[in-house]
Design a protein around this ligand. Sequence first.
Ligand code: CO
Length: 470
Amino acid sequence: MAEQVKKPIGITETILRDAHQSLIATRMSTEQMLPIIEKMDQVGYHSVECWGGATFDASLRFLKEDPWERLRKLKAGFKNTKLQMLFRGQNILGYNHYSDDVVEYFVQKSIANGIDIIRIFDCFNDLRNLETAVKAAKKEQGHAQIALSYTLGDAYTLEYWKDIARRVEELGADSLCIKDMAGLLLPYKATELVEALKEGTQLPIQLHTHYTSGVASMTYLKAVEAGVDVIDTAMSPFSMGTSQPATEVMVETFKGTEYDTGFDQNLLAEIADYFRPMQEEALKSGLLNPKVMGVDIKTLLYQVPGGMLSNLVSQLKEAKAEDKYYDVLREIPEVRKDFGEPPLVTPSSQIVGTQAVLNVLQGERYKMVTKESKKVLAGEFGETVKPFNKEVQKKAIGDAEPITCRPADLIPPQLDKFREDIKEWMQQEEDVLSYALFPQVAMDFFKHRQAQQTSVDVTAADTANGAYPV
Ligand code: CO
């Protein structure tokens, strides 16, 4: 009998980023992470995704933590495991396009503070929006992974995926990821998709999906059989639902096959034991809604990511128009078509969703057009796979000439101005980047940080003066 060729599948663990972002509004704190990372470091993960996405904003805004400090602490603990972050192309971690100098500096500082792999994506899959970040990552000797946002629609044929995979390789990426944020990729479609990608590129291929629609672990199985190299999973206490399939389950699935990860299930069990009380606590406090742990079949029917559905519900609740939910769900694909059929992922998901809500509430399509919708239709986010609806475009931006170049080519350098704005608050170089992305939130954080330090100083001084027993 011929010896079995081993092709162990790589695992990216998401519990420190996407899993808690998807299930508990990104509220896991650094203090909650640190006690377990030494054990996690022994597992043998391909990488641990632990930074970027919404973690940056949530740290500053809700947890009053410096995200850069979190990264440095994680790096100190993960001695053997590569750290990975999610990066929104020219949006970095924000919602608008930034100038190239900001993008380059953010990449440089991310790698300098401990990131090994930068997963870079664009909500339109407009590769021009990834050029600067990919180049910067290469320059800093980081691993530049390009993630393509997965979506369905007439334009997204196997030919499209094969061709864009080829272009991803040409751009200089080290690997390619399919980012299925909505959980739309079905098991047998995954086989076809992975085969098409492999025809287009020799790069290692990673698959990122969400359990939202209930098919994710089957999709991983078919994708691995079709030759995917790495999959994204989350430790069981924060897995499934709107998060990823469970790490332990996928590891066990491939045990004894050519794809065997070789991970120690006892070690994984110890890690799961650490996180389980955190899950129970989140359920008790209401931070974790049991609803997001189930299967949401609406996501397959309407092809809308889970996070976008919950946003819609709250927008409609605020407008006291909850009865319009299904009208809005039917309006979303219409707006998406008018906008050139982009994938629905941050920030396009918010832009399309909000416009659909307005169209329904106003009782007339595009009677009101949001500032962001205008930007999209003016080409300021880049190029969509299909052309915009000309009539809608005219209604939104009038006779203004839409731009067709790479949007950031029109943005002058911004870094010096940001540095000037915060010079009296700056305590580390990285502060200018926090401020660039979230000016108000970062400023509030800087003030909070200084107030904390002042109170510590006062205590120390009083102690030194003998005011307190030592
Ligand atoms: Co995700």
